[in-house]
Structure formats: structure tokens, C-alpha cells
Design a protein around this ligand. Structure first.
Ligand SMILES: *Cc1c(COP(=O)(O)O)cnc(C)c1O
Length: 413
């Protein structure tokens, strides 16, 4: 999006504010779909937790995407946005059997990631098909050195437990309809992805009634110049042909599924904040903005890099700034960044603000969560209002007379 378009949105709707460009989301969706065009049955299930505004979910649904959900509330959001239950997959970690049963009752696909719940669910509901989440324990050890590591991860059923898993399936006579992995940020390059996929294929051979194999996500998008970006075209070629080969061996045309979050929405997002104060200390120039890690926690939580552009002064001389928030704790967005000269009142734009930004926002310091705008076909559409004071106190119970002394009570009488 152009700086003047973003500035206009900040003027109209105030700041801080999140803006999402629908055309970028659509382009990413089409790019991934095209990369896997050789696979007859492809299903992309957008990972709702990256950005869960209902208008974004509706956009995904309109593109033909399914939905990957990690809580019963995300399942409900998906249904509200118009997804068919069978287009939703519930992929939680460490949730109760009751929550999984609730999702199953709504008709969504179930993905189970531990043997305890698998056995309980299979015993009670042998007729409901279940997908299993496998942990292939694949690590990239630098220099494309791939290994089956000893990483202790809380996610998935270890491939070393497959014999135990098979005993449970046999005992309960449950129906396994899918095999899934999501190794998250472990997978950086294509060779690692392919290596893990072979483990998934090996596992898949144990089950006769599969409908799909779900390769999760882990697609990288660039946050700054020189960043690694997953070459989805190359992955599509290599994994696509290997997948088709596997289906021929297996004797059935399976669906190849992915659950991209970041890949679809990260680059579509812009976060606009206003500079309250420019403060020169002995060694640093701080630009303090009207936001903080309550609105965008990734830099403080993961050390994530978000490019910051001064859209009020795009031609200004570049100087070094530390961009900080207004939270009363260390709250650094960026240290010693080259940014076009900043004056108080300027609007700073954070790039890659689509994924895991608004969805991780909180009310810390009793601040309101920002508004959200969808930039669609040249129009700025408000898709979430900024919170207000009523939102902050909505669920607080203001108990009357809780700390009134006996004496005061007596005085009232
Ligand atoms: C978070 C999550 C994703 C999405 O990961 P991205 O890195 O955002 O693409 C996919 N699958 C599962 C099960 C997840 O928990």
C-alpha cells in the first residue's frame, strides 16, 4: 500500500490502527495454490490464530480456503464466518477431551495430538474419524544438515510411539482419516520439509482409510531484506510430484493439505502508530509511539524484526532511532534503526503486521486494543472498532459495599 493511502486511513479512523490489504492475501493464496497445481486434490486451511477477524475469515472462505483452528472458540468463529463444518479442522494441543467432543459435535474434523486423548476419544466415539498429529522430530542443523533430533516438543505424537498408537487404533477400531504434522519454525528449507514428509508417508502406510495428509505450515516470509523466504514454487514441484507418487503407491487419490497462517497474512498487514515524543539521550534518540507491546508483542516476545517506515516523511534524511512504546516496562520495537527523520506527530508504519499481531494484543496498562481496517478494492473498510472504556470494565464486577466499614454502614442507616 502507498504511504498516502495509509496516512489517510490514520486520519479518518485514528491511531494506533491495523490495516490489511486484501489483494496481498489473495495473491499469496493464489501463489501457493498455483505452486501445487500438479496435485489433483489440494486444500489450504488458513490458520485462524494468525489473524482471526471475521472479515478476514470470510475473505479466506470466499477464496475456497478451509480453516485450521486451535480452540473451540476459533471453531465457532469459523462457523460464524460461514465455513462449512467439514472445511474446518480442529488442531488443538493439550485441550480437554470435552473440548474435542464439543468440536466433533459441531461436525468439524478432529486432529488429536496425544495418545491419552486418542485412546479415550476412540473408545467413546469409534465412529468419528480422527486425524493424528505426528511429531517427526526433524531438525535443521545448519548447512542443510538434517537430523531426527531429540527435541522434546509438547506437540504431536512422537514417531517413536507409532507401535503404541497402532495398538490403540486396533483396540478401539477407530477410523484414522488423516495424518498431520506441523513442526512450526523448525522447518526452514525445502530439503528439511521433504525429509519430514518421507516420515509422514511412512507413517501413512499404516492406515488404510486415509483421506488426506496434512503438512502443516512453517512457510517463511521475509521480514527484512535478505531474509530467507520459503521457495513455495520449488516446494510445490518437489513435494507435489512426490505426493502424487505416494498416492499411486497407496492406491488412492488423497488430499494434500497445508495450514498456512503467516504466509497468507503477514505481509498484508500494516500497523500505524503516532510519534508522541522524540527524546534525545546521551547516546540514543528515542521515538516514543502511542502504542506498545500491548498491541504488537512480537519484537519483545520473540525478538521479531518489523520494518518501520516514517510514512509522514518518506523523503527525509535517514537518522538512527530507537522506537519504543508507552508501556511502563521495557518496551522496545526497534533499536538504532535507520528511519527517515522523525518529528513528533509523524505516523510510523510497521510492516508485516498481519500475522500474530492483533491476535496477540492485550489491554495491559488498561489501554484499548486498536481498530482494524480492511483495504479492499481501493476502499478502507472498518472491520473492528477501537475499544472504549466500557470494553475495559465490561466483565468486572463492581461489588457494592465490599470494603465499607461497619461504622460507615451504621452511619448510612
Ligand atoms: C500456528 C499453526 C499454523 C500456522 O503457522 P504459520 O507459521 O503461521 O504458518 C499451522 N498449523 C498449526 C497446527 C498451528 O498451530
Amino acid at each position: 500500500m502507498q504511504p498516502n493511502e495509509l496516512l489517510k486511513i490514520a486520519e479518518t479512523h485514528g491511531d494506533p490502527i491495523y490495516v490489511y490489504d486484501s489483494s496481498k492475501i489473495i495473491a499469496q493464496f493464489n501463489r501457493l495454490t498455483k505452486a501445487f497445481r500438479t496435485v489433483p486434490k489440494l486444500k489450504l486451511n488458513y490458520a485462524a490464530k494468525a489473524l482471526s477477524n471475521i472479515s478476514i475469515l470470510k475473505l479466506m472462505n470466499s477464496l475456497g480456503s478451509g480453516l485450521d483452528t486451535v480452540s473451540i472458540q476459533e471453531v465457532q468463529l469459523g462457523l460464524l464466518a460461514g465455513f462449512k463444518p467439514e472445511s474446518i479442522i480442529f488442531t488443538p494441543n493439550g485441550v480437554s477431551l470435552e473440548e474435542i467432543e464439543e468440536a466433533a459435535k459441531l461436525g468439524v474434523r478432529i486432529n488429536i495430538d496425544n495418545l491419552s486423548v486418542l485412546e479415550q476419544f476412540g473408545s467413546k466415539h469409534p465412529d468419528i474419524p480422527v486425524c493424528i498429529r505426528i511429531n517427526p522430530h526433524v531438525m535443521a542443523g545448519g548447512n542443510s544438515n538434517i537430523s531426527v533430533g531429540h527435541i522434546d516438543s509438547k506437540f504431536g505424537i512422537s514417531i517413536h510411539q507409532i507401535p503404541h498408537l497402532l495398538r490403540i487404533v486396533n483396540l478401539t477400531q477407530m477410523n484414522i482419516n488423516g495424518i498431520h504434522m506441523h513442526t512450526g519454525s523448525d522447518i526452514l528449507d525445502i530439503d528439511v520439509f521433504l525429509y519430514a514428509s518421507e516420515i509422514l508417508f511412512d507413517t501413512a502406510k499404516n492406515f488404510k482409510n486415509l483421506d488426506f495428509i496434512d503438512f502443516g505450515s512453517g512457510f517463511k516470509v521475509p521480514y527484512k531484506e535478505g531474509d530467507i523466504e520459503t521457495n513455495v514454487e520449488e516446494l510445490g514441484k518437489k513435494l507435489g510430484s512426490r505426493f502424487n507418487e505416494f498416492c499411486a503407491e497407496y492406491g488412492k487419490e488423497l488430499t494434500l493439505a497445508f495450514e498456512p497462517g503467516k504466509f497468507l497474512v503477514s505481509e498484508a498487514g500494516y500497523f500505524l502508530t503516532k510519534v508522541n515524543v522524540v527524546k534525545q539521550t546521551t547516546s540514543t534518540v528515542f521515538a516514543s509511539v502511542d502504542s506498545g507491546f500491548n498491541h504488537l508483542i512480537r519484537p519483545m516476545l520473540y525478538g521479531a524484526h518489523h520494518q518501520i517506515v516514517n510514512i509522514s516523511n518518506t523523503k527525509g534524511r535517514e537518522r538512527y532511532y530507537s522506537v519504543v512504546g508507552y508501556i511502563c516496562e521495557t518496551d522496545t520495537f526497534a533499536s538504532n534503526r535507520r528511519i527517515n527523520e522523525i518529528s513528533e506527530g509523524d505516523i510510523l508504519c510497521f510492516k508485516n503486521a498481519g500475522a500474530y499481531c492483533f491476535t496477540m494484543a492485550s489491554n495491559y496498562n488498561s489501554r484499548f486494543r486498536p481498530a482494524e481496517v480492511l483495504w479492499h478494492e481501493g476502499k478502507a473498510i472498518l472491520i473492528r472498532e477501537r475499544e472504549n472504556f466500557d470494553d475495559l470494565i465490561r466483565n468486572q464486577v463492581d461489588v457494592k459495599d465490599l470494603f465499607t466499614t461497619k461504622k460507615e454502614k451504621a452511619a448510612v442507616k
